[in-house]
Design a binder for this molecule. Structure first.
Ligand code: AGP
Length: 610
């Protein structure tokens, strides 16, 4: 989604803004722009396409300034075009915005009647004109912002400047993330702290309803009615290089190969002597979990697939009833939440608008005993609004396609499930030790699969001419198949669908012919024979099979059947380990097809609008 950067300093801020935008590229965008206040007043540069195009435009016509705001835009209102790119300006005011102003049409009509001319189709432009209208009536920028915010319906992170007030920059947050960077004699703003790591490691995370005034020498945080707010300054331990590709060509491969370490980090300090430590959910968790009798999981995209895997674990191992659903559906229905429910949200970013609203919606029910979030972003909105947070220690994930976030979410969900299984009496100490040992083995098993990367690259070549693919799995491997299909379509633009293998003969079998590769995830286990029968149905119709299976599961390479031998795993590790070759497969098909792997077309990393 859109990315914001702002800076006020005693040096030229344009390189800081451009570098900040580069670091926000992972969020997904289709145009970029900046506005600076200099000797000639307000100056803007905007370009459709990559930040590199904006940097070229700036190099061709450099601007030197101590105050500026910049933006990457992911189009919502109006096509990607220079006129729709941010910053939007009125006479002396410029604005960048992440979010959606829902009542922009009514505001636009009112402003047009008052004589303001619009150059874009965006919802954001109304904010520039509203501010200008207040300033023209004699307000300061700060007074103007406080006056107009109550008029805006929807979600926003805003950064605004006024050429007539070159000594400050204003921010406002409601529904979209915004962080303030604290420097020495300079201050910054961004949608994500990663954007500012080259200039500071000290951050203040703005909260809902916060407004901030940044000057080179300091900052103030307050609310629209003028009440001053104190927010803690947090020091980040991330180095600026933490978000580099290192020796990898893409963030996606880097993040796939980081999984053994990410999984080990997510487990570290949370188990000891074959037991999951209750302390991993924080001090208040014990009391909150004591009354839990049901689990309800809500998430979007890849994170929802993690929830679907966990549902099998919660019911099969912990014997706790568990429901899973998409946040975008949950938030608009009138759900019946079972009494004493642990409401779990799962999110890499912690800022996904649908998931956040689903949590707020669930909070209206007295049956929610506790809200737990599984998240990779410690300062995110979901973490702040939940009772308990279990962090996945995956490190920053920059590729739009989620990889290490998914497998670490599975690890975290397994820990929660084991705590509940112990509490419900569904497992004894011996069984718990066996399951914890499975989790501890996951990083090594993932490494074994990563070592076969070259073989997956070869298999990817055989898929290059295909337009469609069908993914099959059963039990917890069905959502793994869904995740494989999502990865393939997301990064390689190959149409892919996933089915529970038992559903094949209820419809999708009609699609099977020599042009429809069928990709199956078939670990050893109770359902293996069932999957084998389903795959026979595919072969009998001339379908080509690619089977990811335990080396001892009895599959053999033969014409029309390619078998990729997987390490021998177990119930908690199979969904994690079988995801790896599917991620690699999607990656290699995408590279061979030449797509924009890390920033696939039309997609955004952090979906902060609904
Ligand atoms: C995954 O590859 C996707 N890009 C997407 O489905 C993502 O998982 C979804 O938008 C949810 O994001 P979150 O985990 O940050 O909430």
């Amino acid at each position: 989604m859109c990315g914001i950067v702002g800076a006020i300093a005693q040096r030229n801020v344009s390189p800081i803004l451009i570098e900040g935008l580069r670091r926000l590229e992972y969020r997904g965008y289709d145009s970029a722009g900046l506005a600076l206040v200099g000797d000639n007043g307000l100056q803007r540069r905007r370009a459709v396409g990559k930040v590199a195009a904006l940097a070229d435009a700036l190099a061709a016509s450099p601007l030197d300034s101590r105050l500026g705001i910049a933006h990457t835009r992911w189009a919502t209102h109006g096509v990607p075009a220079e006129r729709n790119s941010h910053p939007h300006a009125s006479r002396t005011v410029a604005v960048v915005h992440n979010g959606i102003i829902e009542n922009h049409e009514a505001l636009r009509t009112r402003l047009i009647d008052a004589g303001y001319a619009f150059e874009s189709e965006t919802d954001t432009e109304v904010v520039a004109h509203l501010l200008q209208q207040q300033i023209d009536a004699g307000s300061s920028l700060r007074q103007a912002l406080c006056a107009i915010l109550p008029e805006l319906r929807g979600a926003y992170a805003l950064a605004v400047i006024d050429a007539n007030s070159p000594d400050h920059l204003l921010l406002a947050r409601k529904g979209s993330p915004l962080v303030l960077g604290v420097g020495i004699g300079e201050h910054f703003a961004a949608s994500d702290a990663l954007a500012l790591l080259p200039v500071t490691n000290r951050f203040v995370y703005l909260e809902e309803g916060d407004i901030a005034e940044l000057r080179a020498s300091g900052y103030e945080i307050f609310t629209a009615d003028g009440t001053m707010q104190q927010r803690p300054v947090r020091t980040s331990t991330l180095s600026p290089d933490a978000v580099d590709k290192g020796p990898y060509r893409h963030f996606m491969t880097k993040e796939i190969f980081e999984q053994p370490v990410a999984l080990a980090q997510t487990l570290q300090g949370r188990t000891a002597h074959g037991r999951v430590l209750e302390a991993c959910l924080g001090p208040q968790a014990e009391a909150l979990l004591a009354r839990v009798r049901n689990v309800h999981i809500v998430a979007c995209g890849t994170s929802s697939h993690a929830g679907m895997v966990a549902r099998y674990w919660f019911e099969q191992i912990a014997r706790v009833p568990c429901q899973v659903e998409l946040a975008s559906e949950f938030r608009y229905r009138n759900p019946v939440i079972a009494p004493d429910t642990l409401f779990i949200t799962i999110s890499q970013s912690g800022e996904t608008a649908d998931t956040l609203e689903a949590l707020r919606h669930a909070r209206q029910s007295a049956n929610v005993a506790a809200a737990l979030v599984i998240c990779n972003a410690p300062e995110s909105s979901l973490v702040r609004e939940s009772d308990i947070a279990l962090m996945t220690h995956a490190g920053p994930e920059r590729s739009v396609a989620s990889t290490k976030a998914f497998t670490t979410q599975l690890m975290a969900l397994a820990l929660v499930m084991l705590l509940m299984a112990r509490r419900s009496g569904a497992i004894d100490a011996e069984r718990e030790a066996e399951l914890v040992a499975q989790l501890e083995a996951a990083p090594r098993l993932v490494e074994d699969v990563l070592a076969q990367n070259d073989r997956i690259r070869q298999i990817a070549e055989s898929l290059l001419t295909k337009q469609n693919a069908l993914f099959l799995g059963r039990g917890p491997m069905w959502p793994v198949a869904m995740e494989g299909a999502l990865k393939l379509k997301e990064v390689s633009y190959v149409h892919a669908e996933a089915y529970a293998a038992g559903e094949l003969k209820h419809g999708p079998l009609a699609l099977v012919d020599e042009d429809m590769p069928v990709i199956a995830v078939a670990p050893r286990g109770d359902l293996l024979d069932k999957v084998k029968s389903n795959l026979q149905e595919v072969r009998a119709r001339g379908g080509e099979l690619l089977v990811f299976a335990d080396a001892e599961a009895g599959f053999r390479d033969e014409p029309g059947v390619t078998v990729f031998g997987m390490p021998h795993g177990a119930e908690l590790t199979d969904p994690i380990v079988y995801t790896i070759p599917l991620q690699l497969l999607a990656y290699h098909v995408a590279v061979l097809k030449g797509t924009d792997v890390d920033q696939p077309r039309n997609l955004a990393k952090s979906v902060t609008v609904e």
